[in-house]
Design a protein around this ligand. Structure first.
Ligand SMILES: [Zn+2]
Length: 396
């Protein structure tokens, strides 16, 4: 199948640091952050510090300019990836403005998926995991990885992943046919666009539609287990001594390739081992496993769908080179836990149906996947979309 190559993403919406500086200077609203102790001395701040001013508090900016440990290193990475991308920048500037007295970039990230895993593992392993640094941040390609730093290993999960998972879970799950097919199709498109970086990451201000509370709760519950498994998988690499200083590579964090980290590589065998340990080392009871195993199965169906997209538009992608096939990973887990195959095959069937749609959709509607901006679950003023929200009128 012949596909259009992806367009260059040198679009105007990915602002350079110079452009962000100009925006900061022209926007009086973002210069007022009372929690910055030096706010009265704003004019004296050098330009580099000003770059972080709308999204970090003053203590955090001090840490960014004097990195002393892995937490400071992660904070700087987080701040840099946000300030390098205008859409991320707008979202975090707005979050900061809504919590102006107590704003902390570091504390605005969720750590519960890491903590949920650590809380359930034996004490010896828990102590080891608590000795390393972990946290979510935005990045361009990989879902999760372990960064080599001067201060020890740093586990990172891509913040974009939770939005990808939200929409792809909506597409994959049947929800007793409550979700119309065109809404599921749009959910799949939004999910893929979120991973490729085409979708504006402003769900905080513009959620792309209205999901019934019951379905929203089901999806959020699934994501809780899926992220816990991903965190557990990365911790398991660490616990299994898969970290090898002689097997590292460079990972670029944004489309312009101007920001990168050094990450530890793993073999396919080690990936399978980490999958298994992530599910066997926590002391899950039967009830928790009954929630975890379907959630993980759907997670790998989701990854397989994204791999299908990548195989069509950009063969030999980063992920397909570094990890075993998602379906092989799922099947290993099913073997290990001796699941009822008939019951679990329905997840693969749901994935196969969406794959057929995805391939046809890329043939006829490739442009839907390739524009930078926002895609919605339905037309404006419908049950699944609600009132049309207008950028800079309904939100800023
Ligand atoms: Zn891994």
């Amino acid at each position: 199948m012949v596909r259009k190559q992806k367009k260059s993403k040198k679009e105007k919406l990915l602002y350079t640091k110079e452009e962000i500086k100009k925006i900061n200077e022209s926007n009086s609203k973002i210069k007022i952050m009372p929690n910055c102790t030096f706010s009265s001395k704003i004019g004296e701040l050098d330009m580099e510090r000003r770059l972080y001013y709308p999204i970090c508090n003053s203590k955090e900016i001090d840490r960014i300019f004097n990195v002393k440990n892995a937490n400071d290193y992660l904070l700087k990475l987080r701040a840099d990836t946000i300030s390098d991308n205008m859409r991320f920048f707008r979202v975090y500037r707005n979050k900061a403005l809504q919590n102006i007295e107590k704003w902390s970039l570091e504390e605005s990230f969720d750590y519960s998926h890491y903590e949920n895993f650590i809380d359930k593992i034996p004490e010896f392993e828990r102590e080891k995991c608590l000795n390393i640094t972990y946290g979510d941040m935005f990045s361009n390609k990989a879902e999760a990885y372990i960064v080599k730093t001067d201060f020890g290993p740093l586990i990172v999960i891509n913040e974009c992943l939770k939005y990808f998972l939200y929409f792809i879970n909506l597409a994959i799950l049947n929800f007793s046919e409550e979700v119309p097919n065109h809404v599921r199709a749009n959910a799949l498109r939004i999910a893929i666009r979120t991973r490729t970086g085409e979708e504006a990451m402003d769900f905080f201000m513009d959620p792309r539609g209205i999901i019934p509370k019951k379905i929203d709760n089901q999806i959020r519950n699934l994501i809780k287990y899926q992220l816990e498994f991903i965190a557990g998988h990365e911790f398991s690499h660490y616990l299994l001594n898969h970290i090898d200083d002689s097997n590292i590579s460079q990972l670029f964090l944004n489309s312009d390739n101007n920001s990168s980290v050094i990450i530890y590589n793993k073999s396919h065998l080690q990936e399978f081992e980490a999958d298994e340990k992530a599910l066997t080392i926590p002391q899950y009871d039967c009830c928790e496993l009954e929630n975890m195993l379907p959630a993980v199965s759907i997670l790998f169906v989701a990854f397989d769908l994204y791999d299908t997209y990548l195989d069509i538009v950009s063969p030999r992608s980063y992920y397909s080179q570094t990890h075993p096939k998602s379906i092989d990973r799922i099947k290993k887990i099913w073997e290990k836990f001796k699941v009822e195959k008939e019951e679990y095959d329905r997840f693969l069937e749901a994935g196969e149906t969406l794959k057929i749609f995805l391939k046809e959709d890329l043939d006829y509607n490739y442009d839907i996947y390739d524009f930078y901006g926002s895609l919605y679950l339905d037309e404006a003023n419908t049950e699944w979309r609600g009132k049309e929200l207008i950028d800079r009128v309904d939100y800023y």
